[in-house]
Design a protein around this ligand. Sequence first.
Ligand SMILES: Nc1ncnc2c1ncn2[C@@H]1O[C@H](COP(=O)(O)OP(=O)(O)OP(=O)(O)O)[C@@H](O)[C@H]1O
Ligand SMILES: [Mg+2]
Length: 453
Amino acid sequence: MTRFTVVLVLVVAAAGLLRWRRPAWYWLTFGVTLAVLRVLARYRTVMDACGLTVPPARWRLALARAANRPIPEARPPRILRLRPTRTGLVLRLKLRPGQDAFDIAAASDRLRHSFSMYGVTSRELRSGVVEVRMTGYDVLKRVQMPAETDSRPMRVPVALREDGSVHYRDYRAVPHALTLGATESGKSVYQRNLVAGLASMDVALVGIDCKQGVELFPLGRRFSALADDPDTAAEVLDALVERMGRVYQLIRSQQRITSDVPDAEIAADIWDLPDDLRPVPVVVLVDEVAELALYANKEEEKRRDRIITALVRLAQLGRAAGIYLEICGQRFGSELGKGITMLRAQLTGRTAHRVNDETSANMAFGDISPDAVLAAIQIPAELRGIAIAGDSSGGWHRIRAPHTSLRQAVNICNRHADRTPDLPELAPFRPALPGSAPDSALMPLVKASSATA
Ligand SMILES: Nc1ncnc2c1ncn2[C@@H]1O[C@H](COP(=O)(O)OP(=O)(O)OP(=O)(O)O)[C@@H](O)[C@H]1O
Ligand SMILES: [Mg+2]
């Protein structure tokens, strides 16, 4: 008996320790079984308490009366499936007549408390069937991406959603995207994750990083072109517009529409072309976009207009030519001048990291979903990397990318350096391999800072 007590105390202590220090392990060892038992045991009572039951059908009442049996109880939605996952439980429910998916969504916070889960979200799968996703712990606190993800060409598993599912950046579904956030909110880490995800795919990467290239140049071996100042950026973008024109000519030359060509084989974008003819898709990553739109004199104003026009053209026409834009910045609104709101309207994917004011959040979601604006403002400053990701359909999720360090990203890019395609139009902008000795012109700066340290 004492031995049993000792073992029990040890198991409980181990469970408590795991729950505190390693919630993900706790969930896989103890949490999942306890949660399944808790949900099954409490299901009927909880649904009743949350107002999610319906009174029995008339024929049941009539039958009970005729047979002189007790009146049947109110019934909760039927459980079609209960599936444990790496981070929580997925419950598939068949609604009763008179219920709708909104009832479940509105009760999700009550369900969360009643089942003692960390988070509960729901979505309608089809008419009458709702999926309730529950998470057992805060999956965004320490992001661990699942080893197996459903990656396809041009679809990068970039972050984890708060319901434990993977958030993908799918360039073919959402060609262009905008990522906003205050300084130190995690934009560059998010972009680094994208680069690391794209590195192993057949894609050309083009980077524009006006922070003198500090974020993207270390990853340069996987980039086909890099620009670190607005002048080079203007030239790179012009070269991309020229490339776009040539890709369209190629697509046109391959169309040859005759009556015996099946509809599905008529090429309208690069993905309809045969593999051996398809030009490599290009992802253009722009960090600190506002730098491209600011100017101090007439000369710079001309350059700014050239850059914004090229970006708008790429955003409007680039998709079918396989050119995708990924734009990051702290703010991206009409105060940056003409053409900006037009460009923003073309950037379908929206991600907002922590922002300092409602106006910045509005730049990402004002025209999509007021709820997402509120959620973006509420992101706490200490949780860097948390973001709200939405799209133009109005849906949004809280996400967080894994904390990929610059070194990890550099290693991934170097490993896949042989995949870097040579684009003839962009050859002059191919980054030179970084040297180890600092530029002699910078030495006084280094000395000055080490003297003050
Ligand atoms: N997903 C994440 N998980 C954990 N920590 C993160 C995450 N994203 C960012 N951080 C932390 O926040 C710091 C700042 O991130 P990052 O450089 O991406 O910010 P930023 O928004 O690009 O800032 P800036 O506008 O100044 O360039 C990182 O050094 C890292 O420590
Ligand atoms: Mg940054």
